[in-house]
Design a protein around this ligand. Structure first.
Ligand code: PMP
Length: 373
């Protein structure tokens, strides 16, 4: 039998594991930052209608440039983020993971370096590896905020071609101040060779933040990119639709690496239907934000150390006893609740679910804390 290690794969992939949270069949699943609310029935019906329309033309390739969708996404950003963008400054792909991959294909690659501030979204490093880009793990303060002075030093030392700033940050929930992004951007341009460095703000959880979007920072910063997704706020993780906003020149750059017709007609039709129901979906976001705030308050009341959160999840701990955070992860699982162990020492991450799911989670935490007394 042939195993992976027998294959002539690239050396840097040898011994690596694929990304993936466990997909376990558990009553309360709060481990992948999904939106717990299924799409409303009116939207399901509208998707069926728009997809049927698209199906009539499936003998043809889809609109390669997804112009209608990019126009609608631009209108959504303009309306909700306080800064006007046009379709030529917006690009869409199959999930923001694909957006990030296209950015690294165009701006990273062999002989180039990307830097992020860890702990952060582990796919940034994995996509870097997959595109042959060297990865540098920058630091955060003890409280998981980005330390501007340390960031400036790390950027000056490594002179990265791409810098990732995740805000709100996964897995910690930490928002990054606009001033910090500006400082990182300026430092990256100063340190860079040639034409500067790309700074990617990953705002996958932007809609859940207490702070406004960082989109207005795009003004006069042609090397800044804001990445977003319909997986979280739009409750459409299964749709696979991510997008970016940037200077139109950045959109021209990703077109050099995107596969032709990468966004299927079915995907485009579904995303357009979901955008028609933006206000209803943003109503669920408001509910989730207040549930997130409740989780923070109640976890603190239960004696946990909780990181302030601007996302639809909460990092909590500290579990420094025997077995560390993983033992608590296991104990919660035994109570029927699946959370995430992201490998941050002493900490776990829980996604805000429905009020009932959050109650079940909080009961399980209290029970486990009692067992551990
Ligand atoms: N960025 C961050 C910070 C994320 O947490 C995720 C999903 N977990 C993504 C990007 C990718 O999401 P998607 O590909 O579903 O848009």
């Amino acid at each position: 039998m042939t195993v992976l290690e027998d294959l002539p794969i690239r050396d840097e992939l040898r011994g690596q594991s694929p990304y993936g949270a466990p997909q376990l069949d558990v009553p309360v699943r709060l481990n992948t930052n999904e939106n717990p609310y299924p799409l409303p029935e009116e939207l399901v019906a509208r998707i069926a209608e728009r997809v049927a329309e698209a199906a009539r033309g499936l003998n043809r390739y889809p609109d390669r440039d997804a112009v209608e969708l990019r126009t609608r996404l631009a209108a959504y950003l303009t309306r909700t983020c306080g800064y006007a963008v046009n379709a030529d400054g917006v690009w869409a792909a199959n999930g923001s993971n694909e957006v990030l991959q296209q950015l690294l294909q165009a701006f990273g690659g062999p002989g180039r370096t990307a830097l992020g501030f860890d702990p952060s979204y582990s796919m940034h490093a994995l996509i870097a590896r997959g595109t042959g880009t060297d990865w540098v793990s920058g630091s955060r303060r003890e409280d998981f905020t980005v330390d501007v002075d340390a960031a400036r030093r790390e950027i000056a030392r490594h002179r990265p071609h791409v810098v990732f700033v995740c805000s709100p940050n996964n897995p910690t929930g930490t928002a990054v101040e606009a001033d910090t992004v500006v400082a990182v951007y300026d430092a990256a341009q100063r340190a860079a060779r040639g034409k500067g460095a790309l700074v990617v703000v990953d705002e996958a959880y932007g809609e859940f933040s207490h702070h406004p979007s960082l989109l207005p920072l795009l003004r006069d910063r042609p090397n800044l990119v804001l990445s977003r997704t319909m997986s979280k706020a739009f409750g459409a993780a299964g749709l696979r639709l991510g997008y970016l906003a940037a200077d139109p020149a950045v959109v021209d750059a990703v077109q050099l690496v995107r596969l032709p017709y990468h966004l299927s007609a079915v995907t485009q039709a579904t995303a357009l239907a979901a955008l028609e129901h933006t206000d209803t979906l943003l109503g669920y976001v408001e509910r989730l934000k207040s549930e997130r705030d409740r989780l923070v308050t109640e976890l603190r009341a239960a004696g946990c150390e909780v990181t302030a959160s601007d996302a639809n999840f909460v990092q909590f701990g500290r579990f420094d006893g025997e077995g560390g955070a993983h033992a608590v992860w296991q104990a919660l699982l035994e109570h029927g609740v699946l959370v995430r162990d992201n490998g941050v020492p002493g900490r776990l991450r829980v996604t805000a679910g429905t009020p009932e799911e959050n109650d079940a989670f909080l009961d399980a935490v209290r029970a486990v804390m009692k067992e551990n007394e």
